[in-house]
Design a binder for this molecule. Structure first.
Ligand SMILES: [Zn+2]
Length: 108
């Protein structure tokens, strides 16, 4: 296997991992709203705050003295710009036929 193939496999595995995580978070979000409805922006604020908390937690497992060996060095300012860009892109995304984007309905 050459480097290009290895990189492609790594990228595909990362995309599958992201899709699985997005689906899990989406299901958890809609499940929580079914149990206790919230005003839409209050629900989204909680979700955004949770992303920030997750960032702080996962960053603490890496820098400044790396413990996991993956090579990531948290850069909160740069990472925030990247996360904001993802948020903005998702907000204006017109059509993305992904199951994870749909509210869960008719669950037992
Ligand atoms: Zn790491």
């Amino acid at each position: 296997m050459n480097g290009l193939q290895r990189e492609r496999l790594r990228a595909e595995a990362e995309m599958r991992g992201q899709a699985a995580l997005e689906q899990a978070l989406t299901v958890a979000f809609w499940d929580a709203l079914e149990r206790g409805p919230l005003p839409p922006m209050a629900a989204l604020e909680a979700a955004a705050r949770t992303v920030g908390t997750l960032y702080r937690q996962i960053a603490s497992l890496h820098g400044p003295a790396p413990r996991c060996g993956c090579g990531w060095q948290p850069e909160p300012d740069e990472d925030l710009i990247r996360l904001e860009a993802m948020l903005a892109a998702a907000l204006i995304e017109r059509h993305r036929p992904a199951l994870a984007d749909l509210p869960v309905q008719g669950r037992a």
